[in-house]
Design a protein around this ligand. Structure first.
Ligand code: CA2
Length: 150
């Protein structure tokens, strides 16, 4: 059985606890359940992670690259949080490790502050889901499967 990694960046551990108007009422644990249920439907497992630390996320992308080369991982559904708008390190990691990434944002970043309009991740993503709430994770998984599953 193959695996899909679902990777979450800084502050997403607070999901469901604050800012419900922006991010909804579901917690990250709820999102994990949704992703696992979707994965099972397609015969996949989920490797669900969150970190507030840029280097830990870089390491996770590198690990994903190794797992993909070993045929154990399909790709990564990635909500990089605020690092979306700042991290050349994550951009380089995705490119360097040749990891198929679907970038997901719960909110419509393009309808928010100008500093959220630019993404360092989008140029190296195979697809992007924006503004669909936490359902965006499931849509991102479906997109990854549609593009890559044999
Ligand atoms: O819309 C998204 O998914 C974001 O990636 C969320 C990031 C934000 O910096 C991006 O611009 C867009 C923020 C994640 C913080 O999540 C919180 C959840 C609840 C309460 C506070 C923060």
């Amino acid at each position: 059985m193959s695996t899909i990694m679902v990777l979450n960046g800084p502050n997403l551990n607070l999901l469901g606890q604050r800012e419900p108007d922006q991010y909804g009422h579901e917690t990250l644990a709820d999102v994990e359940v949704m992703c696992r249920e979707e994965a099972v439907k397609h015969g996949y497992e989920i490797d669900f992670r969150q970190s507030n630390h840029e280097g830990v996320l870089v390491d996770a992308i590198h690990e994903a690259g190794q797992l993909i080369k070993a045929g154990k991982l399909l790709g990564v559904v990635f909500n990089p949080g605020a690092y979306t708008h700042t991290s050349i390190a994550l951009h380089d990691a995705i490119k360097g490790a040749e990891v198929p990434v679907v970038e997901v944002h719960i909110s419509n970043v393009h309808a928010r502050e100008a500093f959220r309009h630019h993404s360092y991740i989008s140029p190296c993503a195979i697809g992007i889901v924006v503004g669909m709430g936490v359902q965006g994770y499931v849509l991102g998984m479906q997109g990854l499967l549609h593009k890559l599953a044999k």
